[in-house]
Design a protein around this ligand. Sequence first.
Ligand SMILES: NC(=O)NCCC[C@H](N)C(=O)O
Length: 280
Amino acid sequence: MNFLNLSDFTAAQLQEVFALAEQNAANPKPLAGKTAVLFFPESSIRTRITFEKAVVELGGQPILFPPESLDKPEALHDVAGYIQNWASLVIVRHNSHSRISQLAAHSSIPVINAMSSHNHPCEIVSDLFAIRKLNPGFDKLRYTFVGACGNILQSWLNAATVFGFPLTHVAPASEKLDTEAANYHFTEQLEPALANTDVLLTDPLPARLKGDLYYSRYQITQRRIEMLPANALFNPCPPFYRGEEVSEEAIKSPVFVGYNFKASLLPVQKAVIQYCLEHY
Ligand SMILES: NC(=O)NCCC[C@H](N)C(=O)O
């Protein structure tokens, strides 16, 4: 099975991924003697560390390429045809979701999407796993995403649809998603939404949103953190930028989930690899 979009999965299937992540198994090693081909830009830190480490812990050998290797005029059909002679898995971060999907469509080995400009399923499934560890009722919580209609929002919306939790999107009107999803709620008003938020989410801002107008209306500040209910979590997607979508004080506040929250990337991505290999 490929891992391209959370919307390709049922809640039960993603729960199976969580169960595998809980076991965090190194044995059996499903990649023993096998190779995984990874495509990552040099800018990737967290996702690449954890995917490379995951491949090694599962017994495999990672071979790394830059995403531009997939931008040659060579048909992805042909690239996939050759890679599968030597590799058992492809993990790819590439801006173009359609190139990742095309590669997957032509591959006889699993392809895992490690982020495109359209979505970021591994990051969000890992965040849900981390939230689930703190609160097994993670699928009953109220999630609020503040920011652009980008890849992180898209995967949170997919997760909300699969698990049935409400997702409020707070942003200027131009960022409203064109979706019929029943659990997607859009508002331009941040402060009233905060009182009904259990998990507060942000994403780095695209250039079109940067500026004092956005910061005054939507920056997550200490004053706004104090409007959240007790026990709320603040999970800004890294890389986060102090003075832009978040303030320094908000990051220092006790509701910030902390760096350790992303430790889940390793067991979850191992579990995603295991799941994809077992269901192929
Ligand atoms: N933590 C990560 O793996 N990176 C997330 C970056 C999300 C951001 N919207 C981006 O596309 O660069």
